[in-house]
Design a protein around this ligand. Structure first.
Ligand SMILES: Nc1ncnc2c1ncn2[C@@H]1O[C@H](COP(=O)(O)OP(=O)(O)OP(=O)(O)O)[C@@H](O)[C@H]1O
Ligand SMILES: [Mg+2]
Length: 167
């Protein structure tokens, strides 16, 4: 399944992330692709907010991986592949353990880089700038693409459309 949503502001992108959080489960992997500064971290901070996380969501570009407690034993695992140079490094950061520990919701910025080596089906979200007029202002419009390739994620996206009211 593939569809796009247009966002006009960082707040709206966060809100979409918040709606998506209502359909995610432990063991899920969501990868984020698209341009530098497209809004990947912003979207994930909306997911975190929807999961009840109160902490500020920092970019993991340098730390590579940030963990946030959700509730009980569960956690949000926020990863950034930007600085990784090989798929081997995915194993070094313990990605496989998080995938199978049944307590992790995994969001990976620049996840497209090594997507053929991921061990499990994932949802792919792509955020790109929409440039309307070449003015001096920072563009705030983004095209957010959702791409699923199995019935597990198709069902979740249908539910996401229902809860968010997005057509
Ligand atoms: N519609 C929008 N959606 C998301 N962010 C927006 C939007 N409009 C403006 N912004 C701004 O764009 C920036 C997006 O930064 P963010 O760190 O979320 O991007 P990123 O894709 O994670 O970047 P990087 O590629 O460096 O990891 C923020 O400063 C945010 O406020
Ligand atoms: Mg980021």
């Amino acid at each position: 399944m593939h569809f796009n949503i247009t966002s006009d502001s960082a707040d709206y992108t966060k809100k979409i992330g918040n709606f998506l959080s209502k359909v995610v489960s432990t063991g899920d992997i969501i990868i984020f692709s698209g341009e530098l500064g497209g809004g990947k971290t912003t979207f994930i901070s909306g997911i975190a907010e929807g999961l009840g996380i109160r902490e500020n969501i920092a970019s993991p570009s340098f730390t590579i991986i940030n963990l946030y407690n959700v509730s009980g034993r569960n956690k949000l695992v926020h990863i950034d592949f930007y600085r990784l140079e090989s798929s081997k490094e995915m194993f070094d950061i313990g990605l496989e353990d998080y995938i199978y520990d049944n307590t992790s919701i995994i969001c990976i910025e620049w996840g497209g880089k090594f997507k053929k080596y991921l061990f499990k089906d994932f949802l792919e979200i792509t955020l790109n700038y929409v440039i309307e007029n070449k003015g001096m202002e920072e563009p705030t419009k983004r095209l957010i693409g959702f791409e699923s390739s199995n019935s597990y994620w198709d069902k979740k996206l249908e539910k996401f459309k229902r809860v968010s009211g997005i057509k």
